[in-house]
Design a protein around this ligand. Sequence first.
Ligand code: M6R
Length: 591
Amino acid sequence: MCGIIGYCGQKPAVPIIIEALKRLEYRGYDSAGVASLSDGRLLIRKDAGKVDEVIQKHNLASLPGNVAIGHTRWATHGGVTQLNAHPHSDCGGRIAVVHNGIVENNQQLRQELTKLGHKFTSETDSEVIPHLIEDELKSGCSLEQAVLNIAPKLEGSYAFLVMAPDNPAKIVGTRRNNPLIVGINATDYYVSSDALAFSQYTNQVMGLGDNEVVMLTQEGVQFFDPKGNKLAKQVRKLDQSWAESHKGGYQHFMLKEIMEQAQMLGQTACQDGKTFTKIALDILRANQVIITACGTSRYAALVGRYLFSKVGKKFCDVIMASEFGYFADSVDKNTIVIAVSQSGETADIIEGVKAARDNGAQVISIINRPNSILADLSHQVIYLNCGAEIAVAATKTFLSQLAIFYLLSFSMVDAFDEATAKLASLNGEITRVLDWNKSELIKLSQNLKDKNDFYYIARGINFAIASEGALKLKEISYAHAEGMPAGELKHGTLALIEPGTPVVVICPADYTFSETLSNAIEAKSRGAYIIGVSDKESEVYDSWIKLPKVDELLYPMVAVVPLQLLAYYLAVNRGCDPDKPRNLAKSVTVK
Ligand code: M6R
């Protein structure tokens, strides 16, 4: 959940680190910090607050040196304070460490180190790392050897970078179940949780396997296996769409990402038909198919389940990744597990997929971010190809995930080309839905900004869209919002409807229309304020968000877009930052 970055080269390092921290801020934004090496001194500046605030407050740009590391934090162990911000140091202030992940045995290590006389200054799990390294360096070993020696003592998942003035002009890093990627450009060397941090400087990257160690010096990059043997690595080329990290004139990344969805859908739909048909056949042949995912990706999976059943006549189950482990006993070699994850980093998914693999399952992943841990664990990867998504709230990646499920389900009946053509026709519909509704959504968000409870209902394939609309709203506006099948409203939730309670009703003019509208009327009879999301007008709606008429199976893709925009405008009207919602981070790399 945190972002780490290191640079070693000929240029002033800290400006590069600062720029990288801004690009990594989606991974955590409650604290930030930098350490640089200059004239044999280790300079550390860190504080609670957003990256820009910490940069200003501590005049980070003034730090000298050509070797530096940086961190942007999403707190797990210890509150959001200056002392808990990274980099962390040893007793003598001669080592700086930035860490992403959780050291699960940190309490035990802390007690052991304390008994040996180490003094801790923070409440974090991360601080054990510099203290462990301190003891190794005292015994005379090199920084890289110290990292190799201490890594096996750490339980849990981690990626960390370390530097020390006694080992000048050197950054050493390692990882286990958390990402770390190296970038090279002539005599400049970068290492980070995400290539996006340095992708404006280079597209030449090298990955690091679990428990491997990397050392960056001004002369080059050296990799080691866990035993300390040197490793040769292939340089890979990073897709340039990942170099972009600007708002393109929009006020927020979220708005930009909502607005570029139609265009991104075209990129996602550019897939290889033969590969899809083969995957679809494998899915059809499997004894059981389980889709696992979290949050927004899980709602895409629920639409996928519906499509598999309706188009391919293949039943599958969708299991929340955080619960998947509890079902691992029924996963075997005749099971296909489809893991859906924008980031490919979500800890719950990684854990579930590992358990499934151990039981012999085939793993197919649907991922956006390149070079992810999930990709490495999968037998087959389908990429969304919709470019970097920076806002914490997923929008364009959700639409792209729906498109992939659409293509897969049509491939089950040998109709990949038909699906591609239908997706192409959606481009204009999505643009239209945004144009038609923008001013109505702005007005609605102003009228509803003080409401604290919202309900979203729909039936069939659109039920997941009700859930996704509600998730978008709650995560960025901090209003309570629930999505549910329209038929479930009367089984309890109706008790919560009061005069003026907003109920968003997704009721396209399809086979669900009449029943969904009846449920809306039941809510309206109790005083609810009905927001109809439909291609068919009705007097039941107090407010109408107009959809274009599309094929029944494509309604989710046109219906979700105005719901994203409604959540966005509500967040802005409530004074919330939609790109950086409180307590959340884009990549959830802890369980
Ligand atoms: O990267 P993933 O798709 O695995 O992430 C899963 C969820 O954490 C994610 O979808 C989360 O719910 C989003 N913030 C929703 O907007």
